[in-house]
Design a protein around this ligand. Structure first.
Ligand code: GTP
Length: 243
């Protein structure tokens, strides 16, 4: 993920499945909290080559799951970014394959990328957003919209303003970036997203703990049974004494 790799606070994080944690450079032995992000969008919008994973010097891509560490508010987080296969655009329908759905389900947050030079990739936005909401009901997963290739204004097919309006309508944060020219904006988008996920993770954990600390009410059936038992006993005592 080039955008992630270029973030100044990022250090290499061992690939998923790696047993040892000694690649972490956070200076702490504690395992960093994991934030999983899926990057989705039409084919050719810049998810992989520029946005997600630069080709290695040999011309190969290292795979499609990129792991890094990033420091947010003094805490090291392990970020995993999943590049997804470019979506083929068909007439009025979204060809979401199972692999893409799996990536979306896996993610704690989703980045939807479109290119300002490709109107169809922009049209895909709402459908992709709907797909995310369907797979993550309850509005829990933050979604960010990224309009890429902002350096190609002379061949734009989408006004950045339209991207912003649509993102607002969908309740998403919007960023206009050029991953080939300016990494700061890209860094900012990911940073804000990680912060949001991290905040959500923190607020949801104590809630679980607190609810588990609330003493469970006694079973009404048991109380009812005890009351009936007492009633039966006193009735028996009364019968015995009246004989
Ligand atoms: N000018 C410009 N070119 C870009 C930018 N981002 C990506 N590109 C180019 O757009 C082309 C497609 O980029 P990719 O990263 O392969 O696009 P993708 O979304 O991963 O496409 P798929 O792998 O088909 O899903 C490449 O030639 C990139 O160099 C950008 O911000 N500006």
């Amino acid at each position: 993920m080039r955008l992630v790799q270029n973030m100044c606070t990022i250090a290499e994080y061992p690939q998923a499945g790696s047993a040892s944690g000694d690649g972490c450079s956070g200076g702490s032995s504690a395992r960093p909290r994991l934030v999983k992000i899926a990057v989705v969008g039409a084919s050719g919008v810049g998810k992989t080559g520029e946005c997600c994973a630069p080709r290695s010097p040999g011309g190969e891509r290292p795979g499609n799951l990129y792991s890094r560490q990033i420091q947010i508010d003094g805490e090291m987080l392990a970020i995993q970014v999943q590049d997804t296969p470019g979506i083929q655009i068909h007439e009025h329908s979204l060809d979401c394959n199972e692999q893409l759905n799996r990536c979306i389900r896996w993610a704690d947050a989703v980045v939807i990328v479109f290119s300002i030079t490709d109107y169809k990739s922009y049209e895909l936005l709402s459908q992709l957003h709907q797909q995310v909401r369907q797979l993550h009901p309850g509005n829990r997963v933050p979604v960010v919209v990224v309009a890429n290739k902002a350096d190609l204004l002379h061949i734009k097919e989408v006004e950045p303003q339209n991207g912003l309006q649509l993102a607002n309508m969908l309740g998403c944060t919007f960023y206009e970036v050029s991953v080939s020219e300016n990494y700061n904006d890209v860094f900012n988008a990911f940073h804000v997203l990680c912060k949001e996920v991290s905040k959500q993770q923190i607020t949801s954990t104590p809630e679980k703990r607190r609810t588990s600390l609330i003493p469970r009410p006694k079973s009404p059936n048991m109380q009812d049974l005890k009351r009936r038992f007492k009633q039966a006993l006193s009735a028996k005592v009364r019968t015995v004494t009246s004989v």
